[in-house]
Design a protein around this ligand. Sequence first.
Ligand code: CDP
Length: 242
Amino acid sequence: MIDEKGLRTDGRRPNELRPIKMEVGVLSNADGSAYIEQGKSKVLAAVYGPRELHPRHLALPDRAILRCRYHMAPFSVEERKSPAPSRREIELSKVIREALEPAIFLEKFPRTSIDIFIEVLQADGGTRCAGTTAAALALADAGIPMRDLVAACAAGKVDGVLVLDLNDIEDKEGEADMPVSYMPNLGLISLLQMDGSLTFEEFKQVLNLALEGCKQIYKLQKEALKAKYVAIKEEVETCLQS
Ligand code: CDP
C-alpha cells in the first residue's frame, strides 16, 4: 500500500488530500445544493427548508428539526447496491445529521423541518465525510443561518504509515480509519469515529492530521460559495450592460 518512495497507491504523499472539486447551487429544484468530487468519490447534496413539517406531530415548539438521508445509488459501488436503505446508510444518516446540527441556528425556525438529502453517485472511500462537506455547503446555499461551515475528512493508518483522506482500498486494507468533522471558527469537532486500532500517540497524530485536512477543505468550501456569487454578479452586470 506504500511504495519504496513512501507514496500511496494513487501516488499521493501520506499527508496529501485527493484532488477535490466543489460546486454550489447545482440543482434548481432544491432550496440549496452542492456537488463534491473527492478523488473518485462523487456526492450530491440537496437541502429543503425551513419548511412546514409533515407529519405535524414531529414539530418542536422551540426549534426546527433536522432530518438527513444519506443514500448510495445502486450504481455507486462495484457490486450493485440495493436501493433500499441499509443498516450502514441509516447509521451514516444519523452521524451526518449530528455532525451538522451544532452548526445550524435551528431555534430561529420553530415548528419547521430542514431536510438534507445526500446521494452518493460514486463511492471510493470517505463518502460520509464528502457527504457532510457537501451538505454544509448546500445548507449555506439554501440561506440557512449557520454558526460555521462544517468540513469533514478522514485520516488513518495504512501499512504502518499515518495517512490523510483514505480511498476505498486504503480504508479496506489499512489498519485504521478515523472520519472527523470540524467547524474551524467554532473550534468544534462534531464527528469522530474510528475503525481499526491505533496507539494513543497515533490516535492524537491521526486526529491532528484529519483536522489539518478539514481546514484545507474548509478553505475550498468558502471558495466554492464565493464562486457562485461571483458568477451571479457577472450575470447581473452583463444584463445591466445589454
Ligand atoms: O464511505 P465511508 O468511508 O464514509 O464509509 P465506509 O463504510 O468506511 O465505506 C468505505 C467504502 O466502502 C465506501 O466509500 C465504498 O467505496 C465502499 N462500499 C462498498 O463498496 N459497498 C457498500 N455497500 C458500502 C461501501
